[in-house]
Ligand binder design. Sequence first.
Ligand code: 4UU
Length: 528
Amino acid sequence: MTFSSPYGEIEIPNISITDAVFGGLTEAELGRVALVDGPSGAETTYAELRGQVLAIAGGLAARGIGVGDVVALHAPNVPAFVAAFHGILRAGATVTPVAALSTAEDLARQLQDSGAVLLLTVSPLLPNSGPGAEAAGLAKDRVIVLDGAEGYASLRDLAGGGHAAPEVSFDPATQLAVIPYSSGTTGRPKGVMLTHRNLVANVLQSNPAIGLDAHDRVLAVLPFTHIYGLTVLLNLALRERATLVTVPKFDLPEFLRIIQDQRTTAVFVAPPIAVALAKHPIVAQYDLSAVEFVLSGAAALDSSLAKAVGDRLETLVLQGYGMTEMSPVSHVIPRDRPDIDRGSIGALVANTEMRIVDIETGEEIGRPEAGRSLPGELLIRGPQVMVGYLNNAEATSATLEPDGFLHTGDIVEIDADGQVFVVDRLKELIKYKGYQVPPAELEALLLTHPAIADAAVVALPHEEAGEVPKAFVVLQENASLTAEEVVAFVAEHVAAHKKVRAVEFIDVIPKSSSGKILRKDLRGRDAG
Ligand code: 4UU
């Protein structure tokens, strides 16, 4: 059976995400504070932000950037990210967001795969972004360093030319707004094609459940380069005329100080931050009384942890569920339903349908009369679901059904009230502190080591990080290698969150007759 949303259908206007966010700003709203730089407290009003967006769009157009071009944006959560993001879209181009943590190799791969013609980065990231851009064949004049650096144009250079924002025309229903990278259900990271309409839809769909409004001061520590931060923080909060407090990196005392000093009302986190909020002694030293709710997403949050955070902060704890391929939100615990089990992912957002399918029999799972249903794979359909993977028809057709349902690769159960619980993951993806770690990438890297004959990487449950990558390694005959050497070899080549954190040597990697790694056997072996 197909389940539909308790919110029913809302109308999704056919406009760009930039118009959805900045359209219809009233005089009073223009004077409100849109952005606060968390570390310094510096403020940007809606009028100033809109002016910056238009000036950046003008500067980009003067450099020949427009509809059909892809621009890479590689920066932490700073106010300039927001202006640059909408400036690129307002110029008619598409943004491929690059995680601040990316290595030079990661960045080069994403630039090449997405066909980016320009890179916007920041000076602290130049040690990676400089070589990354060079490896991808981007000339120095195709790299803009937002805060300025010797030998590069800055954001001020780009926006200061006095160029008016261009007239651009595109269809928001088909024009790509962003191409974030996600490994999906299998393999290496792939470009996820999300249109303006996908993003507009997800902002409008999510807020009836999340309930942000203009009085809110929203803490933005989750990266804008990840779809959770991009949609729920950057776009949703600004569309509701809230104030967004940007925090460039997570550091617990600084994070708590900013919540206290900025009196933030809404705090969006991933489970490892929830663990810190529940357990770390220093939390008690800060006044967090302005917080009205904490919403956790990006990895599993269990109900006892959710309760511990709620009790300690005397606040509401919500959970959301999403996936890059869904722009990302499909489920949230609604703010006005404190009765719902905090360990569930809540209800379907508006205009969204789901099916739960038994992975052995293919049978549809319905709502039970009592208790919880059998587990099955979650499939989602709605206007937030991606168009497909960039230049990858095979991965697209393996993920999207012809009728529009997307395979999430997550195993869920539904209870008699219709609440959904994520109980397992079918896909190979590992979530380290909510960050994606694609095993295929680590396996390919391990295989480049001369002493390694074969390798497989799976998730090892971990209290603080949720999951950590564990490598199973088969050595070449007569070769010798220690676990520490394997860890060090991987660490040299990948971003910190992708490091292998456990190693086990085995004789042979279990594989199916078609050659697929039997990850469940390895995970099972691990548990036993
Ligand atoms: C168990 O993580 C995300 C998006 C997260 C998000 C966004 C808006 C959460 C709440 C919200 O309001 O995207 P990806 O693509 O990085 O990772 C997707 C995968 C899911 O398929 C699932 O395996 O991350 C896992 N995941 C979760 N698992 C995401 N949220 C949850 C959750 N519980 N609440």
